[in-house]
Ligand binder design. Structure first.
Ligand SMILES: *[C@@H]1O[C@H](CO)[C@@H](O)[C@H](O)[C@H]1NC(C)=O
Ligand SMILES: *[C@@H]1O[C@H](CO)[C@@H](O)[C@H](O)[C@H]1NC(C)=O
Ligand SMILES: *[C@@H]1O[C@H](CO)[C@@H](O)[C@H](O)[C@H]1NC(C)=O
Length: 367
């Protein structure tokens, strides 16, 4: 044989590095990479690799509207917000789940230059939320996973190029709903020990440390979402005579306000830090208040599940599902449909200050 396999491999790695270094990224692609942290709203399959977890979605009817009608681990009938955000910034697809890249069956040992997803269904700002769902990757653990990817990138590109690459990349953090559910679930231990105000303040403070740590590892551009109107999701309505749990909504708004204030301060503290705070609450409140504007005819009930509001049993294979997914806000007892996720991302990408402050996501990446 004229050429040696490892020499060829070396040559191709060299060639691809050269392409990246010399030409940056393709024009349609607006950021060099996207790194995703968070919970089931953006999990694209990390939890498929967890052995025991109640927070899984790698079975029907999840994915019924996904390419090939395939359950992928997304808690959705189709794509989720991470997919739509990836499309908006010009990536071919959502960054792949970290655990798929380091799993025993995957010997490639390579992290794609365009980003990785660390998000895990059931995850919260506090480690404890994984107790509620038996197993999840808490936010602090997700950041440890990112540190591995960071080290790898520095090795590959060298420190200066890696910093440059990361400073233009998007760091998306979608977290907090599970902490809120944990507090408001009946018989919650933590609610007996702390007031809601203390809990919310502690959530924001803990998240701040995480965002600082990401900054230490090169993050500069953050997309941070608040918490949605969690009190109006089918699981909460089902426990509240089909009405929204106003207490949970009230504290979600308080958390969001505290988060916004924290981010303003953080931007002054962290060199080069910039962000778009995305107001999930306002977007979903509009869905619920003026559903017809968006083509929604069902705002209370989940599409997939069983029992009252299809919220007594989650979306598991024995559950039934609605025939028209585009007129439902909720896919299952906790999660939005693909349609709701798409409109959400459209709204915050180009949206006004009502939905994203101090700038929208498009302004963040072109800044
Ligand atoms: C294995 O890792 C490679 C390189 O990062 C990736 O392209 C591929 O999709 C991974 N395979 C699976 C099954 O996730
Ligand atoms: C979560 O657990 C990790 C590792 O056990 C620990 O380092 C971290 O401080 C914990 N974080 C919180 C918010 O409790
Ligand atoms: C499904 O719902 C959407 C949005 O309300 C509507 O435009 C469409 O016509 C519906 N499809 C069917 C087959 O009823």
């Amino acid at each position: 044989m004229a050429c040696n396999f490892s020499q060829m491999t070396c040559f191709f790695i060299f060639l691809s590095l050269l392409l990246v270094v010399c030409f940056g990224f393709s024009k349609a692609q607006k950021v060099p990479a996207m790194y995703v942290f968070g919970d089931s709203l953006v999990d694209v399959g990390n939890n498929n690799y967890l052995k025991i977890s109640l927070a899984k979605a790698d079975f029907p009817h999840n994915g019924i509207d996904f390419l090939g009608k395939k359950p992928t681990g997304r808690f959705s009938n189709g794509k989720n917000s991470a997919d739509f955000l990836a499309e908006k910034v010009g990536l071919v697809a959502s960054p792949p789940p970290y655990l798929s890249l380091v799993s025993k069956s995957n010997k490639s040992n390579a992290f794609p230059i365009t980003g990785v997803s660390f998000a895990s269904g059931g995850a919260g700002i506090f480690n404890g939320t994984d107790e509620l769902f038996k197993q999840a990757i808490p936010l602090t653990k997700q950041v440890e996973h990112y540190a591995t990817v960071y080290d790898n990138l520095v090795q590959k590109l060298g420190s200066a190029s890696a910093q440059d690459h990361l400073s233009k990349s998007l760091f998306t953090v979608v977290i907090g709903s599970n902490d809120m559910f944990g507090f408001f679930q009946s018989g919650s231990d933590v609610a007996k020990k702390t007031t809601a105000q203390q809990y919310v303040d502690s959530m924001v403070l803990t998240l701040k440390v995480v965002l600082q740590r990401l900054h230490d590892f090169g993050a500069r551009k953050y997309v941070i979402t608040g918490i949605g109107a969690v009190g109006c999701c089918p699981s909460q309505r089902n426990q509240n005579k089909d009405e929204c749990n106003e207490e949970a909504n009230k504290w979600s708004v308080k958390y969001n306000d505290a988060l916004k204030t924290m981010l303003q301060g953080l931007k002054l503290d962290l060199k080069g830090m910039d962000y778009s705070y995305v107001d999930v609450y306002n977007v979903f409140a509009r869905f619920i208040e003026t559903p017809s504007t968006f083509g929604f005819t069902e705002v209370k009930s989940a599409c997939c599940g069983l029992g009252n509001l299809k919220a007594q049993v989650p979306c598991v294979p024995v559950s039934t599902y609605c025939s028209n997914r585009s007129n439902h806000i909720f896919w299952d007892l906790y999660h939005p449909t693909e349609t709701a996720a798409r409109i959400f991302v459209d709204t915050v990408f180009y949206g006004t200050q009502q939905f994203a402050v101090p700038k929208n996501v498009n302004q963040l990446i072109t800044a």
